[in-house]
Design a protein around this ligand. Structure first.
Ligand code: SF4
Ligand code: SF4
Length: 188
């Protein structure tokens, strides 16, 4: 079997002492420190209440309007433009969730319901926020675009029970998402 021998680069004394890397790191830190003190750091204008633009004065000031569009906070369920629950209780998200934060009890949709052809919707749906690691796997795997990581980030509670978001709460956080895939519409 052919193989290639790769020669290791020779390290200079400065490299061995990590001196250039340390100086580079210190220079960067110094540059950002000066920018912060001058109120020129990223978002510094919005954080100017400290007088220097260094510290965000939480909770009077919040990240809310500074969060980027792609920010991924608390996972939540969404309804579609017809207020239908997008979730069809396939349980893929429950299966894929690395820390097992999701618990679903599927429920059958009665035959006289206007969405009967969808067959299932969640009877219960819980996400335990003491377990969730905000990985986004549930959002990735969902075939119905029913679960999204929203921009909420302040998750608090005095008990473990309060940290579990039930179905009602999940829809409150999630709200409505329109203009996305409606897989079942053709079959209605
Ligand atoms: S974001 Fe990750 S950890 Fe949180 S519920 Fe979804 S899959 Fe589970
Ligand atoms: S949120 Fe999506 S992946 Fe999870 S059970 Fe509902 S349809 Fe399936």
């Amino acid at each position: 079997m052919a193989y290639i021998k790769i020669k290791r680069p020779e390290l200079s004394l400065a490299d061995k002492l990590y001196v250039p890397a340390i100086i580079k790191g210190l220079w960067l830190t110094f540059k950002h420190a000066v920018a912060s003190v001058r109120g020129k750091s990223q978002g510094g204008k919005d954080m100017a209440s400290s007088g220097l633009g260094i510290t965000m004065q939480y909770p009077e000031q919040k990240w809310d309007e500074h969060l980027p569009e792609y920010y991924r906070g608390v996972p939540a369920l969404v309804t579609d433009e017809q207020d239908r629950e997008r979730c069809v209780s396939c349980q893929l998200c429950e299966f894929i969730c690395p820390p097992k934060a999701i618990k679903i009890i599927p429920g059958e949709i009665p035959s006289d319901d206007e969405w009967a052809k969808v067959e299932k919707r969640p009877k219960e749906f819980e996400i335990d926020m003491t377990r969730c690691i905000y990985c986004g796997m549930c959002e990735e795997v969902c075939p119905e675009q029913a679960i999204y990581l929203r921009q909420d980030y302040a998750v608090t509670g005095l008990t473990r029970k309060e940290m579990v978001n039930d179905k009602k709460r999940l829809y409150e956080i999630g709200g409505k998402r329109i203009g996305l895939v409606n897989k079942w519409n053709e079959l209605k």
